[in-house]
Design a protein around this ligand. Sequence first.
Ligand code: NDP
Ligand code: OXD
Length: 314
Amino acid sequence: MNVLFCGPGDQATAYGPALKKWSAELEAPFDLFTNAADITPADVDVLIANPNADVADFGVYSGAKLIQSIWAGMEVFLGNPTLPTEPTLCRMVEPGLTEGMTDYICGHVMRYHLGIDNHIADSANRVWNAVAPPLARDRKVAVLGLGQLGMDAASMLKTLRFDVAGWSRSEKAGLPYPTYHGRDGLNEILKRSEIVVTILPNTAETMHVMNAETFSLLPDGATIINPGRGSLIDDAALLSALDVGKLSHATLDVFDTEPLPKDHPFWARPDITITPHIAAETRTDGAAKVAVEQIRRLQKGEPLHYIVNRTAGY
Ligand code: NDP
Ligand code: OXD
């Protein structure tokens, strides 16, 4: 079996040894290529790819059986007109990505919950403002997106005793917190939520899910944390919601254009915290293990994991 790794820059330098290590450990032998020029495209069976890889034409790999992304978000692949329809397309799910995202979400929820910024400002101004925060159990948090990442974060927020609720496309049952789905469910969850986390994929349906209308449903002074994708938020509506106090603060990790252009209005706002798409990063060793396990499954005729629904877009 021929496996081609495609990543930007020198990413293959790290992935090569990790893929070989897991190939031996999982007893899934294959020939690994880290330079596309070294193999005839028609001979590639599996492509392990970073969406930022410099692949001019995925169409030449139409004979591949699997394209395994090393990212969770699939919109770059799905938006590439050369992507062949034949190979099974799989997204990345690995422990480092999941744990990193949960750390990010819980950290920023705690920042808002405890009013940490107010205390930093009060300290700088020598102000003794003895206002204690409510308990986490009295803080209503919404997690929009209950997939691999949102589900783990919501579960940790629940463990931290937050009054968490979740929203997804399909109905969920049996979770230890209230769940909502569909458009009506979105309206309901937003009405109750002081802190909103958007951890949804970029699809046609999720485009500007947070817009003037949905921001208006939130209680005054709500906060939003977006580690999902920039497309989830209508930027102009976000700025208006901050201007009128509907929102008191936003933390954004992802943007329509990345890096965020130097002249973007978000940079000038003290009520927006910008993090540079670092909420969660695929860890090389964990991702290599997942990719090799997929190859092993392919070799043994076992079902693949994390298959993308190309119609739904995630
Ligand atoms: P999953 O595919 O596991 O989960 C997606 C979730 O979104 C599911 O719960 C799905 O609902 C829900 N969803 C999708 N469409 C809709 C819709 N129209 N209405 C309501 N809910 C919807 O994805 P992951 O959890 O693995 O990743 C989520 C996203 O996080 C990625 O697509 C990527 O954009 C982003 N990401 C950001 C990173 C960063 O560093 N900033 C790092 C990694 C990922 P259902 O359960 O019903 O299918
Ligand atoms: C991803 C990301 O999708 O890092 O994996 O955003």
